[in-house]
Write a protein that binds this ligand. Structure first.
Ligand SMILES: [Zn+2]
Length: 133
């Protein structure tokens, strides 16, 4: 059984590596040690919801937990923790709908609306989202 050599492979045209090609970017949360990375060119300025504290990064989940921990402990603290989370999300993500925030805080949109109204009254949120197109 003579083995005939298969036809020569077509020469691969190697893409020359450009000098100064950006490497992928990654972030690591200083609190839970989770890390995210993005391909070069697709990396945002920072991962969604992450925040820098000094030289350390904190992921969105840890930020939410921090906000809630500050608001209250134990079963009696549940309402204030939820309230704090809704406030945090409303201030962080101005584009989010009441429905989205209600989902994140696992509550009804009515609760979100109330918190949003209170924030507006306190001047922490702009009166209307008229700038939205
Ligand atoms: Zn974290």
């Amino acid at each position: 059984m003579a083995q005939t050599k298969s036809k020569a492979k077509t020469k691969k045209t190697a893409t020359p590596r450009k000098p100064g090609t950006k490497r992928s970017r990654s972030w690591r949360c200083s609190s839970c040690d989770m890390s995210v990375s993005f391909e070069a060119g697709k990396a945002p300025k920072k991962p969604d919801g992450w925040s820098k504290r000094g030289s350390k990064w904190l992921c969105l989940r840890c930020r939410r937990e921090e906000v809630m921990d500050k608001a209250g402990q134990g079963p009696e603290g549940w309402a204030s923790r939820r309230h704090a989370l809704i406030e945090f999300e409303l201030l962080r993500d101005r584009e989010a709908t009441e429905m989205e925030i209600a989902k994140r805080a696992s509550c009804s949109t009515a609760v979100v609306r109330k918190v949003r109204a209170a924030l507006r009254e306190a001047g922490k949120l702009p009166e209307s989202t008229a700038s939205r197109s």
